[in-house]
Design a protein around this ligand. Structure first.
Ligand SMILES: [Zn+2]
Length: 330
C-alpha cells in the first residue's frame, strides 16, 4: 500500500476530505455538507470523522492504512496547533479539535493548521512559490487571509496567529471592518467592500452590467463570479474600477509588509483576485514595487496562485506529513 495521508479542508458550509500521496497526488475526494451544523461542534466533528472515513473508502483503503490526518481550520490556533481559539464561520468558541478528532478516529494522529496558512504552505511547496525561500501569500475573497512560509515552514509568530494580514490598517478612519476596527485592509478590498462601492455608485446613477448579473437582482448577492463576468463578458467600467481600487489597497497593504518580511515571492489568490485577473495583479505589483526600499528586492515577483480549489486539501495533507516529521518530497 502506497504511503498516503488524509487531508481535510474544513469550510463554513462543507468538509472536503481526500487521500493524498507524498508527492501531492490526490487519490480520492469525499465531500459532505455541513451548513446545518453551525454552532453544533460535536455533530460537526462527527461529520468530519465521517468524511475522513469516506475519503479512505473512496481510495480503496481502510482508515488504518493512512499515516495521519491533517486538517485546515477556519480560525486561529494556539501555539500547540491543538486548540482552535475561535471559528466564527462554524459557530465555535475555544475547542480542543485535535483531541476531539483523535478520539473519533482511534489510532489516527491528527495535525491541524489554520486553513489559510495551510493554503500558503501548499503554494510554497507545490504551487506558484515552489523553489522560493520566503513566501508571502495573500488571499482576497469574502475576507482577507494570508500566510508566511519561510524555509518551507509556516511562520506562526509568538502566539500562533501570524499571517492575519487582513487587519493591517491601510486607511485611518476608513470603513468599519468585521473585526470592529476601521480602515483594515479587509474592509477596503474584500467582497463586502466591493459591494459597498458598487451600491454607492449605483445610488449615484452609474449604470453597470452587475445589476443584471447578481442573484435575485440584489447587489448584496454580488459574487466574485459576477465581477468576473462583468469584466470579461461586458467590459463593465464600474466592475473594473472597483477591482482596481481593491487592488490598489491590496498593493499598499502588502507593500507595507515587504520591507519587514523581505519575501522573495508574493502569491496572490482568492475570489476577488481571480475576478480581477492580470489587471489586478499589475496594479498590486505597481504599488508593492513602489514601497520596496532595497534595490535587491525591486524585481520581487508577484504572481497568481495556481493550485485553485485543491490548495486547501493539499495544504492540509502537507500539514500531516510535516506533523509526522516526514516532510513531503514532491
Ligand atoms: Zn479588521
Amino acid at each position: 500500500m502506497e504511503d498516503v495521508v488524509i487531508g481535510v479542508d474544513l469550510g463554513g458550509t462543507k468538509v472536503l476530505a481526500g487521500a493524498v500521496a507524498r508527492d501531492g497526488t490526490v487519490r480520492s475526494r469525499f465531500k459532505l455538507l455541513t451548513q446545518e451544523l453551525k454552532g453544533q461542534p460535536d455533530a460537526l466533528l462527527d461529520r468530519i470523522a465521517e468524511a475522513v472515513r469516506g475519503a479512505a473508502d473512496e481510495a480503496g483503503m481502510t482508515l488504518g492504512d493512512a499515516r495521519a490526518v491533517g486538517m485546515g481550520v477556519p480560525g486561529p490556533l494556539d501555539l500547540t496547533r491543538s486548540v482552535v481559539a475561535v471559528a466564527p464561520n462554524l459557530g465555535w468558541g475555544s475547542l480542543a479539535v485535535r483531541s476531539e478528532l483523535e478520539r473519533r478516529l482511534p489510532g489516527m494522529r491528527v495535525f491541524l493548521e489554520n486553513d489559510v496558512r495551510a493554503t500558503a504552505l501548499a503554494e510554497a511547496r507545490i504551487g506558484s512559490g515552489r523553489g522560493h525561500h520566503a513566501l508571502l501569500a495573500v488571499f482576497v475573497g469574502s475576507g482577507v487571509g494570508g500566510g508566511m512560509v519561510i524555509g518551507g515552514r509556516v511562520y506562526h509568530g509568538g502566539h500562533g496567529t501570524a499571517g492575519e494580514i487582513g487587519h493591517v490598517v491601510v486607511k485611518v478612519d476608513g470603513p468599519v471592518c468585521p473585526c470592529g476596527r476601521r480602515g483594515c485592509f479587509e474592509a477596503l478590498t474584500a467582497r463586502d467592500a466591493i459591494i459597498r462601492m458598487v451600491k454607492a455608485a449605483v445610488a449615484r446613477g452609474v449604470q453597470t452590467a452587475l445589476t443584471a448579473l447578481v442573484r435575485e437582482g440584489s447587489l448584496d448577492n454580488l459574487s466574485s463570479l459576477d465581477l468576473s463576468r462583468a469584466v470579461g463578458e461586458h467590459d463593465d467600467p464600474l466592475a473594473s474600477q472597483v477591482l482596481k481600487r481593491s487592488a490598489r489597497y491590496t498593493g499598499i497593504a502588502i507593500g507595507g509588509l515587504i520591507n519587514l518580511v523581505d519575501p522573495d515571492i508574493v502569491v496572490l489568490g482568492g475570489g476577488v483576485v481571480e475576478a480581477g485577473g492580470q489587471p489586478y495583479l499589475e496594479v498590486v505589483t505597481r504599488y508593492v514595487r513602489r514601497q520596496v526600499l532595497s534595490s535587491a528586492a525591486a524585481g520581487l515577483p508577484v504572481v497568481l496562485s495556481t493550485l485553485g480549489d485543491e490548495s486547501g486539501l493539499l495544504g492540509a495533507a502537507l500539514t500531516a506529513w510535516d506533523g509526522l516529521g516526514e516532510a513531503s518530497n514532491p
